[in-house]
Unconditional design. Sequence first.
Lengths: 193, 193
Amino acid sequence: MDQAVFEQRLQKLTKFYIDNKRLPSYSEMCKIFNLRSKNTVYRFCQKLIERDYIRKDEQGKLIPSDKLKPVKLLGYIQAGFPNTTEEETLDTLSLDEFLIKNPQATFMLKISGDSMISAGILPGDYVLVDRTIPPESGMIVIAQVDSKWTIKYFIKNKNKIYLKPANSKYPIIYPKDELIIAGVVTGVVRKYL
Amino acid sequence: MDQAVFEQRLQKLTKFYIDNKRLPSYSEMCKIFNLRSKNTVYRFCQKLIERDYIRKDEQGKLIPSDKLKPVKLLGYIQAGFPNTTEEETLDTLSLDEFLIKNPQATFMLKISGDSMISAGILPGDYVLVDRTIPPESGMIVIAQVDSKWTIKYFIKNKNKIYLKPANSKYPIIYPKDELIIAGVVTGVVRKYL
DNA sequence: ATGATAATAGAACAATCGTTCTATGTCAAT
DNA sequence: ATTGACATAGAACGATTGTTCTATTATCAT
């Protein structure tokens, strides 16, 4: 098959998956690819499976494989830049899967204030918080202090527990009675445009 | 229907979607929910559609709606904390859709070096780069300088173009002949655990 | 106990699914 | 010109789909 045709169809397929959050049926692919034969589509899909763009799950249903995921990971900056022709071999991933281990227990919070600025968490950034992870010393946590929620470093030193901001103009907080931890910060997300 | 049963099934459905990247068929839901009647599943799905957890697209196929997306957005920190019972009303979103406008033109790069540290981009962070966006003054770009790729601020001042690091210990770069821009940084991602 | 309401079971239906078959068309190499 | 290799067309198949129907069971207030 012509490589250009292959890539064109792959692109249409990817677009359909992004738009509809599911893969099209063979009949639908007929329309998408301007074909009249489901068999042609069937063979095209087998090529996609060979090249690991899509897979079949236990039920024989088509599901997207890793290569159909939204983001290509290009590696380190200094390592030089892969050129466009060899991009096929690169890792692809989904940011959702990359950043979130426990979807049911994870939520996102928009940060205001500059108390974590020297940890690289700026006002307007979003943090991902996991409720299920037990906090360890050095982790960034969302904690309730004086009935207000803040983001701080969680420090545990010889049974002493306190909260330290990553900005020295704010004081260290020693909890009076009990310390309520909403969750551990597992990731940071910033959006420029 | 019992609310507890509803949520339990919703959770199983969500898990299936995360695992298989597609919604289960009615027969599959029978197994998942331990039901023997497709009709029960059918009615359950209609409740899901009513409450906007799933939808039907043009072809009548079930597709996940917004509420089935991986991350719940809880708003600002200071605004206080919604308690767990009213979480239903919260915004949910996919990080992929949130951060990536042009999936075909976007890639991810792992940052090494501290040249952008005061812009909140630390070594080990990942940046999302969009090839299609034309750079404007003040944007962060991936640029080729002396056959090496770096991340810098793109500055355009009265037809003068130069690259400025966000760390004053590095020099401003004035391109000699031509300036090769690989793309504009549209987002930053950091993973702690 | 009675009746009202909802959830489930189970059969049945047309429509669509993925798959396999054969036939036709195209193009390059021989 | 003939061959072989593909891409496509188009018909056909059983399996599965979503949906509708009626019947049975569970729940709960009265």
